[in-house]
Design a protein around this ligand. Structure first.
Ligand code: SF4
Length: 152
C-alpha cells in the first residue's frame, strides 16, 4: 500500500491561528493539500503544534467551509446570500454614519478626536503588515477600542 505522502511536495508555511507563528509543513500533490504538520526545523515550535495548529488541515480542506457571504437581517431567522460588494458598502456606510453621529472632538478642555461607538477586533490570521494597516485605519477613524483575536 503506498504511503499517503508519496510524491508529495513539502511547502514550509506558518500557522495562521495565533501570534506565536509556529512553522508548519504543508504536503501538496497535484495542487491538493494532503497533510499539514509542525515543522521540526522551526526554532519557534520545533515540530510541535497546539490543538489549533494540529487542526490547520481542516482550515483549507473542509466541505463545511463557507465560501459565500451570508447575512442575517435584524430579527430574521434565516441567512441570506449577498454579494461581497454589498457587504463592503454596508460596512462603510454604517461606520461612517456611526462615526459622524458619535465623534467627540474635545473632552474636559482637551482635544480627543475619538469615537467609542465602534470597536475593532483583528483576526489572528493577520500578518504584521495587515495589522499595521488595520491599526492605522482604525486610529485614523478615531477608534479607541482596538484589539486582536491573537491576544484573546
Ligand atoms: S495556534 Fe497553536 S500551532 Fe498555531 S501558531 Fe499558535 S501556538 Fe502555534
Amino acid at each position: 500500500m503506498p504511503f499517503k505522502l508519496d510524491g508529495a511536495r513539502t511547502v514550509p508555511s506558518v500557522c495562521p491561528y495565533c501570534a506565536v507563528g509556529c512553522g508548519l509543513l504543508v504536503h501538496v500533490r497535484d495542487g491538493r493539500i494532503l497533510n499539514i504538520e509542525g515543522d521540526p526545523a522551526s526554532p519557534i515550535n520545533e515540530g510541535t503544534v497546539c490543538p489549533k495548529g494540529a487542526a490547520a488541515f481542516q482550515l483549507a480542506v473542509n466541505p463545511n467551509r463557507l465560501t459565500k457571504l451570508l447575512y442575517r437581517p435584524p430579527r430574521a431567522r434565516a441567512w441570506e446570500e449577498r454579494p461581497l460588494d454589498w457587504a463592503m458598502d454596508r460596512i462603510a456606510r454604517l461606520v461612517r454614519e456611526t462615526r459622524e453621529r458619535t465623534f467627540v472632538r474635545e473632552s474636559g478642555g482637551m482635544p480627543v478626536h475619538r469615537t467609542t461607538a465602534i470597536a475593532s477586533i483583528g483576526g489572528a490570521v493577520f500578518d504584521n503588515e495587515e495589522n499595521y494597516l488595520l491599526v492605522k485605519l482604525m486610529r485614523g477613524l478615531g477608534l479607541v477600542g482596538i484589539e486582536n483575536q491573537a491576544r484573546v
